[in-house]
Design a binder for this molecule. Structure first.
Ligand code: PLP
Length: 354
């Protein structure tokens, strides 16, 4: 229900008949998909800001590749990057692989503390700040417009890039994603948008929007890493997102996610009274703070024995975790089991006699 399977299958069939599917794609992507990614951001860009064009877009085989390319090309080995803490573990891993040390800045559902971000950028002299302003993985938070423009101003003041990961653009629940990149006047934002989770994990395509020299450096990096993305997969992704049924599907996904989030949050409140549960505004997961003193590895093991797979929050911290957290995904199969799952987590926690 959360994936547009029918649309994807139909797009595969259409692609099998098209001549363009068997051609080699340009390094920056097929023009129609570049134009689509640019138009999606342009739609949200106020008239006072110059809107991105197809030329500013590079199509990627997944945004994970975009993170690696951006860290290598715009930061560089040995140079630091500032990241929210907690943040996406894959970004922490990509930085490690690129030889880029991570400077953490504490963040919450409303975004990072501005003074702490200012200090981190000043002291580290970092060239970039990686962040998820909308529906962050793991917290599900969303920065308000004021915080967003303050962060943008700070990044500009420091002459740094904001590497904005809009991975959950298609998974808004209480509202839509509002990318900071839409307010970027002078090329300080490098914007990543993934279609992996919203179109299909089998059609793994993402786009990065960057301006001027940043775009050129990124293109050099992506060519060195993967040359170009299969034109067949690009055509299929473009076909799916330009069908009228894509919008209908998006509305159904929002309803589904709303129901699933609400069920899970209610179940956690009932069965784990000592936990502090963030109510995500979008995305696919809840972020749960457990009572201090929780033995997290033991809890994860005990939950598994009870048939419930949970992700320990420690993996989302680039530095010392600030407490025992769980990240619970509500996009998987059998939402009717969420209540029983929460009950078992509560049981496993009660066994710790905290
Ligand atoms: C926050 C975030 N960014 C990026 C990615 C990478 O996604 P993909 O490479 O499939 O586009 C993920 C995947 O889980 C993610 O959660």
């Amino acid at each position: 229900l959360l994936l547009p399977e029918k649309l994807v299958r139909q797009a595969f069939v259409r692609a099998s008949r098209a001549d363009t599917t068997v051609a080699r794609a340009p390094a920056s992507g097929i023009p129609e998909l570049q134009a689509w990614f640019a138009a999606e951001l342009a739609r949200l860009t106020p008239a006072s800001v110059s809107a991105p064009t197809a030329h500013d877009v590079i199509v990627l085989p997944g945004s994970q590749n975009g993170l690696s390319a951006a860290f290598r090309a715009l930061v560089g080995p040995g140079q630091p990057i500032v990241m929210e803490s907690p943040t996406y573990w894959g970004a922490i891993m990509a930085a490690e692989h690129a030889g880029v040390p991570v400077v953490p800045v504490a963040t919450g559902p409303d975004g990072p503390d501005l003074d702490a971000l200012d200090r981190a950028l000043t002291l580290s002299n970092a060239r970039a700040f990686y962040a998820q302003p909308n529906f962050s993985n793991p917290t599900g938070g969303q920065w308000g417009p004021e915080r967003a423009s303050e962060v943008l101003a700070l990044v500009q003041k420091h002459g740094a890039f904001l590497i904005e990961d809009d991975w959950a653009h298609d998974f808004g629940i209480d509202g839509d994603s509002t990318p900071l990149a839409a307010h970027d006047e002078d090329g300080h934002v490098v914007y990543l948008r993934s279609l992996t989770k919203s179109v299909s994990p089998a059609v793994r395509v993402a786009g990065v929007v960057a301006r001027g020299p940043a775009r050129d450096r990124l293109l050099a990096a992506t060519q060195a890493e993967f040359m170009y993305v299969s034109s067949a997969l690009q055509s299929i992704a473009h076909d799916v997102v330009t069908q009228p049924a894509w919008r209908t599907h998006g509305r159904a996904v929002r309803q589904q996610l709303t129901a699933r989030r609400d069920t899970l949050v209610a179940a956690l409140a009932t069965h784990i009274p000592g936990a502090q549960v963030d109510r995500p505004r979008g995305g696919l997961n809840t972020w749960v703070r457990l009572p201090d003193g929780t033995d997290l590895p033991r809890l994860v093991r005990d939950c598994e024995l009870l048939g419930v797979m949970v992700a320990p929050g420690d993996e989302w911290f680039p530095a010392e975790p600030t407490g025992p957290f769980l990240r619970l995904n509500y996009s998987g199969p059998r939402p009717e089991d969420f209540d029983a799952g929460a009950e078992r987590i509560g049981q496993a926690l009660a066994d710790q006699n905290l």
